[in-house]
Design a protein around this ligand. Sequence first.
Ligand SMILES: C[S@@+](CC[C@H](N)C(=O)[O-])C[C@H]1O[C@@H](n2cnc3c(N)ncnc32)[C@H](O)[C@@H]1O
Length: 420
Amino acid sequence: MILNSSILNSSILNIEQALAQAATLLADPTKVRRIIFSGKQRNLMPPYQRIDIRPVQLKAGLHWQCVSHDGKKDITKNLPLDQLNLGNYLMDGYANLIVENDVQQFNLRVTKSGKAEFGFTKVSRDIPNEISLSHDRIKIRLLDETDPIFIALGISDNDGVLKPTRTDKFKQVQEFLKNIVEVLPEVTKKSLANKAIKIVDLGCGHAYLTFAAYKYLKNQGFAVSVIGVDERTDSRERNSQIAQQLGVSGEVKFEAKQISNLADFEVDVAIALHACDTATDDAIAWAVKNNARAILVAPCCQHDIQRQMQVAPAPWSIATRHGILHERLGDLITDSLRAQILRILGYKTEIIEFIAGSHTPKNLMIRAMNTGVHNLNRTPAAKSDEVKAKEFAEYDLMLQQWGITPKLQELLAAQLDALR
Ligand SMILES: C[S@@+](CC[C@H](N)C(=O)[O-])C[C@H]1O[C@@H](n2cnc3c(N)ncnc32)[C@H](O)[C@@H]1O
């Protein structure tokens, strides 16, 4: 690393001292997690909103990968190790510098009077210890916590540091995103050429996932449009403001609506993260009716079936006599029946753990792909009558034994009846 001596004059002498401290963390570049420049010094206008730098192993050897963000797009340059000049970036006018390695974080802020305030802190235990030098690290953590969307959403602070209280939500979003990535090949396989991928986030709340889905796909070079739906008007207002602030309001829009009242529109991927109780059923039903290619829902609390499970069929009373098991069995039955309905309707359906239970107890995801053998379409590849009859028989037996009627069945009665 080169320290630029031209920045060093008597009035900002302590910037030199501060940069010398920062340099101690760069002694072993393989241990550096990140370097971030952000903010602006008084009367100066740095060329980008923020610059993120990390070591990256290229064929040509270890380099610094510098990603400059102007709020809309990212510009990436790889610098040989000896060409990183922290002083130059400060001269460009950035006011804040973070340098973090595997044990410490160095923070520098240039004050209004041009002095440097700086200090060291230990790195958070929430951040994994291993440092990936892979050029493809973005594929493991799909969006960095320093991304402007996370700062705008309040998941990270103004310096791009993940807030400890938001770690679980950040991880839920990352893991959910990985599932969107998994269904992408199928989603983009047919007829998407030159068209935007259309995503709807049902019960979007503060829209963490909505913005993250947009940003990730955009970063991957896809044209994408996302609509976040929530019954709360304050959510729509807050989220729309953030979209405007990020300059993406043309592609990320919000509606304040109950999912059950949402108008029909074309959609490729329908997502719902912790839509409360039967809002998950509303989300699945809306997605089916609008022929979504992929449906990814991580259900939240579920009371509908639990309430209906008044008399357990033998021998299940040995479980349901315990309140907590009654509740958990209710959850399992609810999701099993949701998955079975989707299967009957021609969706290839699985239930997976999308994230470790330590980040949320509501860690199941129903992942359903429209296989194109939707029975209503009577395509040549549609399921045989025998398979259909077996799926219905299993489903009906479960309902009959427990004396229950799932909300999703009511919502999709016409579609199901058409297949009987
Ligand atoms: C637990 S929050 C989850 C928010 C967001 N998906 C997330 O994971 O951060 C559930 C959200 O669903 C919204 N919601 C609940 N029922 C709804 C319905 N029937 N229609 C639309 N939104 C609903 C709530 O207002 C709330 O914002």
